[in-house]
Design a binder for this molecule. Structure first.
Ligand SMILES: Nc1ncnc2c1ncn2[C@@H]1O[C@H](COP(=O)(O)OP(=O)(O)OP(=O)(O)O)[C@@H](O)[C@H]1O
Length: 253
């Protein structure tokens, strides 16, 4: 269990969140949604250990995140920021292998290469293996960084808008892979999404954040209510049901 307890999060002198508490269980995908500037990235970075809360605590299986334990904490986490950076000279294969940097020594075992190739194959990147990241499209780069995250074999996946540059098919590819691995490896997965319908389709729970406050958390059918969404986004929102009785969010002009 990943747990945030009474967090205070600041950016400079601005308080982003106060008394923010939420839990993330193994085997579950939580979608973090909410308007621009709501504090989603700040929360994700706090969970990853890259942003130090000014109050409260974060624990993983009861073990608290501390300055001294930060590196060990981060070794358990696959984190994909909104914009992943890598030096342009790095190839696609090297980028995925960099996900294994904590494990590899000077020798690269065949099994590691095969595992990286399997990941590249899964995301349709195998023929790009030797290309430098600088020559890829934004969506292709996003897939590479997702594969790099998976290569780490983390216990926790923290993904910040991982599908923002992906076409419809690749959005499904990534979210399906996340679902499958979350189930198979009992990962704790937290994913920031702006597409509420994608969130409803793949997440077990949706956490709605606005102005740093948790306004709703629960299964998609409960968390995505038209009055709440209309209020926090400032547009008229209608929530319909699809054939599987899942919420279908429409914004009206
Ligand atoms: N480095 C920074 N310095 C100062 N303020 C910051 C910094 N990063 C973020 N903020 C502010 O903190 C607040 C929360 O930002 P955050 O990036 O966490 O929001 P978000 O919900 O992820 O937004 P988006 O959906 O636009 O990515 C915003 O008001 C933002 O302007």
């Amino acid at each position: 269990m990943l747990r945030a307890e009474s967090l205070t999060l600041r950016q400079g002198s601005q308080v982003i969140s106060r008394s923010l508490s939420l839990d993330f269980a193994r085997g579950g995908i939580t979608a973090l949604v909410g308007p621009n500037g709501a504090g989603k990235t700040t929360l994700l970075r706090a969970l990853q250990g890259g942003h130090r809360p000014s109050g409260g605590r974060i624990t993983l299986d009861g073990l608290a995140l501390t300055d001294a334990g930060r590196r060990r904490w981060q070794a358990r986490i696959g984190y994909m920021p909104q914009e992943s950076r890598a030096s342009d000279g790095v190839t696609v294969l090297e980028a995925v292998l960099l996900g294994r940097a904590g494990t590899l020594a000077f020798h690269l075992p065949d099994a590691e290469l095969r595992a990286a190739a399997t990941l590249l194959q899964e995301f349709g990147l195998l023929e790009l293996a030797g290309r430098s990241l600088a020559t890829l499209s934004g969506g292709q780069r996003q897939l590479v960084f997702f594969a790099q995250c998976l290569a780490r074999e983390p216990e926790v996946m923290l993904l910040d808008e991982p599908v923002s540059a992906l076409d419809l098919r690749h959005q499904q590819t990534m979210m399906r892979a996340l679902r499958r691995l979350t189930d198979a490896r009992q990962l704790i997965s937290v994913v920031v999404l702006h597409d509420l319908n994608l969130a409803a389709r793949y997440a077990d729970r949706i956490a709605v954040l606005a102005e740093g406050r948790l306004r709703a958390i629960g299964p998609p059918r409960e968390a995505l209510s038209a009055p709440l969404l209309s209020e926090i986004y400032g547009v008229t929102v209608r929530v319909l049901r699809d054939a599987d009785n899942m919420p279908l969010v429409q914004s009206l002009v």
